[in-house]
Design a protein. Structure first.
Length: 203
């Protein structure tokens, strides 16, 4: 009888994020499960992506008694001094839509063109065990912010983010293409490499 794979709980209620990370970790000897219903994660009050990911991972590990994986992702636009950064999901306020955030971003970039719209997506992941041990990793992808949304794939700022060296936004890439080069893909790859070097899949 095959040995049961270690279970990781995703410390997020975002179904898009779960689908992406489940695909990115499909070749890992673990089973990624969504956050159980009824568990509420604390507010993301950290001042950095790492702090926010750590808050979520630790809370989910404590609530479930299982290893928990959390990520926090930020869009950093050079012309805006790194905004929206750690507040990317709440850029236009609390309980806003992706469209609300995208509209505000374009408004802030009005009058700024071409190479001056350089930006990057940065993703930080934290894997936390109930006993307190942790593993962290991160990944980035460089690009530019375009003038209007393009593409129906992805989520968040993906329709505005033109990948450097390509003529397509993240939202114009099919999931397999995005998962080969995205910030989250690179963070997941770094996490797997780290766990592989340690020779274990539970912190």
């Amino acid at each position: 009888m095959p040995e049961a794979r270690p279970v990781w709980i995703l410390a997020s209620g975002n179904r898009h994020k779960y689908r992406e990370l489940a695909a990115l970790l499909a070749d890992a000897p673990i089973e990624l499960r969504p956050l159980p219903e009824g568990i509420e994660l604390p507010e993301e009050t950290g001042k950095t992506l790492l702090a926010n990911a750590r808050i979520k991972a630790r809370a989910a590990a404590a609530a479930t008694g299982q290893v928990a994986l959390a990520d926090d992702t930020g869009l950093e636009v050079d012309a805006l001094g790194g905004e929206p950064g750690v507040r990317s999901s709440r850029y236009a306020g609390e309980n806003v839509t992706y469209d609300d955030n995208n509209r505000l971003l374009l408004e802030r970039l009005r009058g700024i063109h071409d190479v001056n719209r350089r930006a990057r997506f940065r993703c930080v992941v934290v894997l936390a065990a109930p006993g307190g041990k942790e593993v962290t990793a991160d990944g980035t992808v460089e690009g530019f912010i375009i003038d209007a949304p393009r593409g129906a794939e992805g989520f968040g700022y993906d329709p505005l983010f033109l990948v450097e060296g390509m003529e397509r936004t993240l939202a114009e890439l099919v999931p397999e293409e995005k998962n080969a080069l995205s910030h989250r893909a690179r963070a997941a790859a770094a996490l797997k490499a780290s766990m592989g070097r340690l020779g274990r899949w539970v912190p």
